[in-house]
Design a protein around this ligand. Structure first.
Ligand SMILES: [Zn+2]
Ligand SMILES: [Zn+2]
Length: 156
């Protein structure tokens, strides 16, 4: 088992292009954040907690990385721990979040989009979280009690 420090320094492969990603140090308030950037597709890997530091928006980053359930809708495999990832959506931005380590994959340009969303003032989308919860429950075979919710969803 590697120590946390060592594993954070390890070079990661882009989960989309499978090429080694470059380390890039970003200045933020407090200790700088070192992110991993793919030289090919421009995607960014953020370890757990780094999104919060970069956005300085607890609400938005928590929304994307907390309570993400157990379902994997993403095609990607976590470059950090090799676990399954899920897709979380804020406004029109889809990010991939690791179900195990809470790291976040951002495609090229998505960090800027998240910043814009944050500047406008992200309030959270309770509705989307309800859909997710509903999907979790249907997995457990509880459709009937939630059919009303389903009708509302399908009218969307
Ligand atoms: Zn890439
Ligand atoms: Zn992971």
């Amino acid at each position: 088992m590697q120590s946390k420090r060592e594993s954070a320094d390890r070079t990661l492969d882009c989960p989309k292009c499978w090429v080694a990603m470059d380390k890039e140090e970003l200045e933020v308030l407090g200790p700088n954040v070192v992110i991993d950037v793919c030289p090919k597709c421009g995607g960014i890997w953020l370890d757990h907690g780094e999104l919060k530091k970069l956005l300085k928006d607890r609400k938005l980053s928590d929304y994307l990385t907390e309570h993400i359930g157990t379902q994997s809708k993403s095609q990607l495999v976590c470059p950090r721990c090799g676990w399954l990832m899920d897709i979380e959506t804020a406004e029109d931005v889809d990010v991939d979040v690791c179900l195990n380590c809470g790291g976040v994959w951002l495609d090229y340009g998505e960090l800027e989009k998240l910043r814009e969303i944050s500047q406008v003032g992200f309030k959270g989308d309770k509705f989307a979280k309800d859909i997710e919860r509903w999907e979790e429950m249907t997995q457990k075979g509880r459709q009937s009690a939630l059919s009303g919710l389903f009708r509302r969803l399908s009218r969307r």
